[in-house]
Design a protein around this ligand. Structure first.
Ligand code: CTP
Ligand code: MG
Ligand code: K
Length: 181
């Protein structure tokens, strides 16, 4: 059970950006409304500057809070997010990486001819996970390999689609999100 809590704890700075992007998203799209040579939007109206910036900031700030909690309450046995400057690299990796993974997925969804908001099973649920891992591995390889053991990775891959689904249904119910996925 403790491993499940640690896995979710480590991923919280990657989970929160999505929710903040939904709440604060809107305005100028990242692709400036431009189309790709295939005639479809590069990314679409679902990827905006406001959403990406708000999401990334929220993830980094949450990470700082979690890191502080882990430091003042060592009895809880919860891991921190890196030593010294590594802390910033880890939190940027987790939160900006999550946003980037979601953006890359939208690029491919548009290339597949899918409209903004169309559901793509497992990609929608895990794109941000792989994005956050890729950027964190790049920016803070030591912390990543120490924190994300095979067990933690397995738990994240199983638990994330469930959490993602629950959050999106909630977001849809409170009308923050257009689709329940
Ligand atoms: N959002 C945003 N900027 C981002 C990511 C999300 O503004 N980088 C906001 C948008 O308002 C978006 C909503 O959050 O509509 C839901 O995010 P998501 O489900 O990822 O986007 P979709 O609208 O489904 O678009 P896509 O089909 O490209 O995934
Ligand atoms: Mg969507
Ligand atoms: K998505």
């Amino acid at each position: 059970m403790h491993s499940v809590i640690i896995a979710i704890w480590l991923m919280l700075p990657a989970y929160l950006p999505n929710n903040f992007a939904v709440i604060f998203g809107g305005g100028r799209p990242l692709d400036f409304g431009r189309t790709f040579p295939d005639g479809r939007r590069i990314l679409g109206d679902g990827k905006t500057f406001r959403g990406t910036i708000a999401g990334t900031l929220a993830g980094v700030l949450l990470g700082l809070l979690l890191h502080a909690i882990a430091a003042v309450r060592p009895d809880l046995g919860l891991p921190g997010f890196g030593r010294g400057f590594e802390l910033i690299l880890v939190l940027v990796g987790l939160s900006l990486g999550a946003m980037a993974g979601d953006i890359v997925a939208s690029f491919f969804k548009r290339r597949m001819g899918m409209e903004r908001g169309a559901a793509l099973f497992l990609v929608d649920q895990l794109d941000f996970v792989f994005g956050s891992w890729a950027l964190t591995l790049l920016l803070a390889p030591r912390w990543f390999s120490e924190s994300f053991t095979a067990e933690v990775i397995f738990i994240v891959l199983v638990v994330t689609p469930v959490l993602h689904r629950v959050m999106n249904v909630l977001g849809y119910r409170i009308k923050a999100k257009k689709e329940p996925w």
